[in-house]
Ligand binder design. Structure first.
Ligand SMILES: Cc1cc2nc3c(=O)[nH]c(=O)nc-3n(C[C@H](O)[C@H](O)[C@H](O)COP(=O)(O)O)c2cc1C
Length: 205
């Protein structure tokens, strides 16, 4: 993290107009980048409910995600009922006061004119929404963790059953959210070897 911010800061001293604009962009982006780089999965929560205002912001952030042909093929189920939280925890018990099940809506995978059918892209769309949700939670002082559901079909059926989902609503993830009761260090996952330039295996110039 420190490296990212130092790099951004260094750019702001450069001379010409383009570089200045770029430096301003970088300055403006610092808070957002810092939020991304400091997010980490949080699995222990205080016994404190999450305010509805924060829930609304997280849902708005989730639905700001990009989707293929802007189909927005999703549905979000907000769960605060303790019994339902227990039923959804499966093999991994939780003390989270809030879960949000992020679901695909397969009835929304065709354009309104019927010309374009995208039966599979909903998974990417819903994943983008889930990451936005995690980042919003972190920005609001909450801790969260993505727990996987789809495409593990047994788990998908189990969650859909607990939540009374109709056939077209497919739970893809259950995000656990609450005020953090642990402070795990963000993991540094940046690896140069995962990057190529221009073609696979190509080096940075
Ligand atoms: C598709 C997916 C499924 C996951 N499922 C679980 C899960 O079932 N239980 C859990 O504790 N964490 C789960 N995680 C969280 C990952 O373990 C976590 O993101 C990863 O270890 C990296 O850590 P970080 O989020 O702190 O960067 C899942 C994450 C993703 C993206």
């Amino acid at each position: 993290m420190a490296t990212v911010l130092m790099t951004l800061g260094a750019c702001s001293t450069q001379g010409n107009e383009n570089q200045e604009t770029a430096a301003n962009d970088l300055d403006k982006g610092q808070a957002a980048i810092e939020n991304i780089m400091t997010r980490t999965s949080v699995r222990q929560y205080k016994d404190q409910p999450v305010e509805q205002e924060k829930i609304d912001i997280m849902l708005k952030a989730a639905m700001a995600a990009p989707t293929a042909v802007n189909l927005q093929p999703w549905h979000f189920i907000v769960i605060t009922d303790k019994q339902t939280i227990g039923l959804l925890s499966g093999q991994q018990p939780t003390n989270a006061p809030l879960l949000i099940a992020v679901c695909g809506d397969t009835d929304k995978t065709t354009t309104p004119d019927g010309k374009m059918k995208l039966p599979d892209f909903w998974v990417e769309d819903v994943s983008a929404a889930t990451e936005n949700l995690l980042l919003a939670a972190h920005a609001l002082g909450l801790g969260a963790v993505w727990t996987g559901v789809y495409p593990a079909m047994d788990r998908t059926a189990e969650v859909a059953n607990v939540l009374n989902c109709p056939k077209n609503i497919v739970p893809m993830a259950v995000v656990r959210i609450g005020y953090p009761d642990e402070s795990p260090e963000p993991k540094n996952k940046f690896k140069e070897e995962n990057i190529s330039y221009n073609k696979f295996g190509g080096k940075k110039e």
